[in-house]
Structures are given as C-alpha cells and as structure tokens.
Design a protein around this ligand. Structure first.
Ligand SMILES: *[C@@H]1O[C@H](CO)[C@@H](O)[C@H](O)[C@H]1NC(C)=O
Ligand SMILES: *[C@@H]1O[C@H](CO)[C@@H](O)[C@H](O)[C@H]1NC(C)=O
Ligand SMILES: *[C@@H]1O[C@H](CO)[C@@H](O)[C@H](O)[C@H]1NC(C)=O
Length: 251
C-alpha cells in the first residue's frame, strides 16, 4: 500500500441506505456481506467491480494546496504529495456498489478546519481516480452535506466528483449561508464544540454511475438525482436522530 503510514485512520460510521423497491435501511459496512467478490481492501490498489461488491475508497483531509503538484491534483496515494509530512487525516470506507449510502464522519472530536479544511476522495493506483478538492470548513463556515458520484466503466473506477445542487436545499433557511452559489454552509461558531449547539458532522451521500465488469448498469445515480439533497438525512434519522432534530424543518 502506497499510503503514507503516518496518516491516521479516523473512526467513522457508515450507514447504508438501500433505495430499491421501497425504502429500507441497515447499518453496516455494505461491502463484506453476501455477494462480495472484490477482495481488494486497499484504497490505493486497482480493482474491477460488479454489482453487490464492496468497494474501498479513501477520503483525505488536508489544505487545498497540499493536494496539488504543478497545478494538478494528484491521488493522495501518490508519494510525491507527501501528505504524511503535512497536517492530514485519512478516512477509509467500504460501501456496497450501487446502493445509495450515506457516510458520516463525526466531527465532535475532529474539526476539519484544523487539518486544512478540504477533502479529496480517491481510489486506485495505476488507474488512480481522485475528486477535486472540496471545501469543508474554516473558522467562519462549515459545509456538512456532500454528494460524491463514483463513475465506473466496465467495473473500473473512472471518475470521482462532487455533485452540487446550487444551494437548492437551503434556500430560504436563515441557518445556512450559500457559499460560491454551490454549497450550503453553517456558521462554524454555531457548531458543537465551537461555541454553538449544531452537530456539524459531515454527511457524504454516495451515488454510483456507469457499468460494472459484466456491463450491468449502475443506476443509484438516477435514484439520487430524484432525491432532494437533504432527504437522505430524513432516512438517516431512523438511525441517528441527532442530525435531524436540528434540521427538522427540512423534511
Ligand atoms: C513541475 O513543473 C516544472 C516546470 O514546468 C518541471 O520542471 C518539473 O519537472 C515538474 N515536476 C513534476 C514532478 O512533474
Ligand atoms: C458524535 O459523537 C458525539 C459524542 O460521542 C455524540 O454525542 C453525537 O451524537 C455524535 N453525532 C453523530 C451525528 O453521530
Ligand atoms: C472561509 O471560507 C469562505 C468561503 O470560501 C471565505 O469566504 C472566507 O473568507 C473564509 N474565512 C476565513 C477566515 O478564512
């Protein structure tokens, strides 16, 4: 594994929410149960997946410039970035392919702005894919809701990107500020541990698109497109009421 060894693994919880033939939910890592054929568990290795496999990817937290070399975003697996020498953190997830999943990172002891305030999602080595850096937080603003699209072709990860909704989900809500016409942000001093009362844990919705190695179409993307950005928090409230009670006007 090429990852710098000194990066620390964050404790993170994963809630898998299946949206197929009606809503139901289960709390688990999705990718190790029935049907898994993918035995690659490192986010810095290549693999080809089929539907029902687990898929391992990472999210690195650091400053925006630390993800760049010569104006190009490199994978955090790339040693030339030397993220380990910087103030960085790493979180590894293994969701199940083609299930809409909400990943959550509890920020009660982890303040993203202490680590540079940006994140990059990544997977693979020779076929490395990485997302553009996304702003999470500084001392003024904290963005808590993200949608990450994972695009596969013939089972190989091709692309990772953040899907924005242009602040549609927080329009008219005075608790939020719309940053750069794309992200709904909470004022950081409103967050728990920062002087306020709001739980500013990060929620990352996953959506899958493209085809698996048998050319079966991954279509959780089409389902997530039809959901309002915050609607998964409504489902999530079955599992964790703390996130929703503060946003209860949303659902
Ligand atoms: C970065 O760009 C400079 C100038 O274009 C070049 O000399 C150098 O080799 C590049 N470094 C890497 C690691 O690509
Ligand atoms: C985060 O952790 C704190 C302390 O353990 C807990 O009180 C809070 O409910 C957690 N938040 C979420 C969203 O799980
Ligand atoms: C925090 O980020 C926002 C949005 O990028 C920016 O407008 C603001 O100036 C930043 N504040 C600080 C203290 O860096």
């Amino acid at each position: 594994m090429l990852l710098p060894k000194t990066l620390t693994l964050l404790v993170s919880s994963v809630a898998i929410l299946t949206i197929a033939g009606g809503f139901h939910s289960a709390v688990a890592f999705g990718g190790n149960g029935g049907g898994n054929t993918n035995n690659v568990y490192s986010p810095c290795s290549d693999t080809r997946i089929q539907r029902s496999d687990g898929f391992t990817f990472g999210i690195a937290f650091s400053s925006r410039p630390s993800f760049f070399l010569n104006q190009t975003v490199l994978s955090p697996c790339d040693r030339r970035l030397s993220l380990a020498a910087m103030n960085s953190q790493l979180s590894v997830f293994r969701p199940k392919i083609d299930e809409i999943s909400l990943l959550s990172i509890n920020t009660s002891a982890f303040f993203p702005d202490n680590y540079g305030g940006y994140m990059v999602a990544f997977a693979g080595r020779k076929y490395a894919a990485r997302s553009p850096p996304a702003f999470i937080a500084n001392t003024t603003f904290t963005v808590t809701s993200f949608t990450l699209v994972m695009e596969f072709q013939k089972g190989r990860l091709q692309n990772l990107y953040w899907k924005r909704d242009g602040c549609a989900s927080c329009k008219g809500n005075s608790n939020f500020v719309c940053l750069n016409k794309q992200d709904c942000a909470i004022r950081t001093p409103s967050c728990k541990g920062r002087g306020g009362t709001v739980d500013c844990s990060l929620g990352i919705q996953l959506a899958f698109s493209g085809t698996d190695k048998h050319l079966a179409v991954l279509n959780s993307w089409y389902e997530v497109e039809n959901l309002k950005q915050y609607s998964l928090y409504g489902l999530y409230s079955n599992l964790k009421s703390s996130l929703t009670s503060q946003f209860n006007n949303f659902f």
